[in-house]
Design a protein around this ligand. Structure first.
Ligand code: NAI
Ligand code: SF4
Length: 514
């Protein structure tokens, strides 16, 4: 009987390895015939370790399973899908999963991440094969027509970026994948790299063909050792199968890929800083222009895309731009991989078309807070994103609607806080974070963030409150307008949203509970 136990690091952090070992031990003793497969995670993180048993009816889930549950589960007939207090039902039919529209995450949790057989049987390589039949300009046109926008946070149209690189005459061009996923509460890049690494390789290879690049780099943060190891192994396997290297899949495309590991700096997620780091230098932001599409890695035209952008491309090529364009709202086409985290009952991956509301995400999928207390706010889009009150929960998840509300979708992270949160402390934290992570190149960010912490402290202490509130406003204007990159430029967003929606929290110390 085939039993799946996730190898995703979120599942491993709560004992998936020990559960897999307990199952293997039972098989080794000859008590049961079990074939353990380590899959990716389905993204229902509160159910991890989620064990899935393959039965004629489908994959039956049990979770969360502790190693000491294994003997009882086996004795109760888990291998036949039998009833048990931990039995969840047929996994694909669980409403949380069944309601989603998994495009980028279609295979994550379903397949063995490093099995080429699984990959191809589940639709892998169809996008690359289709792309290789097309001229580069036609691949770019297809990506443009799909409406796919950069998933790193800025939402810049991927096809237009690719066209800029394609139009450069240089012989040497690069494709760089930004896997420095530094936003608090985001983990989708990690999960897709651990759960479906060939998809990223396929997406980058399509990009290489589209723009004429011969070399690619995946820049992964050092905090993701499992993703680094999985990607490295997947690249080795892809080379052996002719999916990378000279003559990709028998075509004339020569393209190879390398993994580079960051060293723990948030700013290296900013694209020019990442390029500096890839070149072996300290991760300092470069002034733009020139944009990386024209002068990127080692001064050569470079596609820099986020993991989620590149892993969406194969679907676009396999099923056509229209299939992707048909999903979403307004100018936000396709699906977004939302990541629910923080103080939430059911955290994890919700991939769905743009346009879903925050309320649906937090209340229906998320089930409210983990503590059971009322939700007070959510921060969307990482540490530089706005704090939104529950009165704005009907806001549709769409780049433009969020921008109008003074917020941003960013990389799709949604971090939930209950009513014990102190919003003045959160605002202070935004400035502190900026002071800590600033690359130091420009004054508004380097000095402004330190002054920001001091001013917020004075406001909370009640020292010349009105003057200091005016000063904070002024400082936020300066940082927004005068910073060289989004780090200093967006830090005022959480600060201002906290002030606008939760002014009472700045009236001196922490709010009294109840
Ligand atoms: P940006 O708006 O300056 O640029 C977006 C992308 O479009 C860049 O790759 C840029 O080079 C490219 N681009 C701009 N004009 C172009 C043109 N004419 N032709 C071709 N390419 C062009 O935004 P930036 O500074 O790259 O990113 C800011 C965003 O990063 C924020 O909105 C935030 O959401 C996000 N962010 C994401 C984090 C994460 O962990 N994923 C962390 C922090 C911020
Ligand atoms: Fe560096 Fe901050 Fe200026 Fe960005 S805004 S260039 S992180 S000092």
């Amino acid at each position: 009987v085939t039993v799946h136990v996730p190898r995703d690091s979120a599942a491993r952090s709560v004992g998936a390895d020990e559960v897999a070992q307990a199952l293997q031990d039972a098989a080794a003793r000859g008590d049961f015939a079990i074939d353990v497969i380590r899959n990716g995670s389905r993204g229902m993180l509160w159910l991890e370790p989620l064990v899935e048993v393959v039965t004629p009816q489908g994959r039956v889930g049990y979770g969360p399973v502790a190693p000491e549950d294994v003997a009882g589960l086996l004795a109760a007939g888990m291998l036949d899908g039998a009833d048990h207090p931990l039995r969840l039902g047929i996994v694909d039919e669980l409403p949380w999963l069944a309601r989603q529209n998994r495009v980028t995450f279609a295979r994550v949790g379903v397949t063995d991440p490093l099995s080429t057989k699984d990959y191809v049987e589940h639709g892998g390589l169809a996008g690359l094969r289709a792309a290789l039949e097309l001229a580069p300009a036609d691949v770019v046109a297809e990506v443009t027509a799909s409406g796919l926008r950069g998933r790193g946070g800025a939402g810049f149209p991927a096809g237009i970026k690719w066209k800029t690189v394609l139009d450069c005459a240089d012989e040497l061009k690069f494709v760089c994948c930004n896997a420095d996923e530094g936003d608090s509460g985001t983990f989708a890049d990690r999960m897709v790299m651990e759960g479906d690494p060939f998809l990223l390789i396929e997406g980058m290879t399509i990009a290489a063909h589209a723009v004429g690049a011969s070399e690619g780099y995946i820049y992964i943060r050092s905090e993701y050792p499992d993703a680094v190891a999985t990607m490295r192994r997947a690249i080795g396997i892809a080379r052996e199968h002719g999916w990378l290297g000279k003559g990709v899949l028998g075509s004339s495309l020569d393209f190879d890929l390398h993994v580079r590991v960051g060293a723990g700096a948030y700013i290296c997620g900013e694209e020019t800083s990442m390029l500096e780091s890839l070149e072996g230098k300290r991760g300092m932001v470069r002034a733009k222009p020139p944009i990386p599409a024209i002068e990127g890695l080692f001064g050569k035209p470079t596609v820099v895309n986020n993991v989620l952008t590149l892993t969406t491309v194969p679907m676009v090529l396999a099923h056509g731009a229209k299939a992707y364009q048909d999903l979403g709202v307004g100018r936000s086409r396709g699906t977004q991989v939302f990541q629910l985290g923080g103080n939430i009952a059911r955290g994890g991956i919700v991939e769905t078309a743009f346009g879903i509301t925050l309320r649906e995400l937090v209340e229906e999928y998320g089930g409210g807070t983990h503590t059971g207390r009322p939700v007070r706010t959510v921060q969307v889009g990482g540490p530089l994103g706005a704090y939104l009150p529950t009165s704005l929960f009907d806001l549709p998840m769409d780049y433009e609607a969020f921008a109008e509300a003074g917020a941003m979708l960013g990389h799709g992270g949604v971090v939930v806080f209950d009513d014990t949160v102190d919003m003045a402390a959160q605002a202070r934290f935004a400035m502190e974070f900026c002071a800590e992570e600033s690359c130091g190149k420009c004054t508004p960010c380097r000095v402004g963030s330190v002054r920001g912490v001091e001013v917020i402290d004075k406001i909370v202490a009640g020292t010349h409150r009105d003057e200091n509130l005016a000063l904070l406003e002024d400082l936020c204007d300066l940082m927004t307008e005068g910073s060289l990159c989004a780090m200093g430029g967006l830090t005022p967003m959480p600060v201002r949203s906290a002030l606008a929606h939760f002014p009472d929290d700045f009236l001196g110390g922490r709010r009294l509970l109840e």
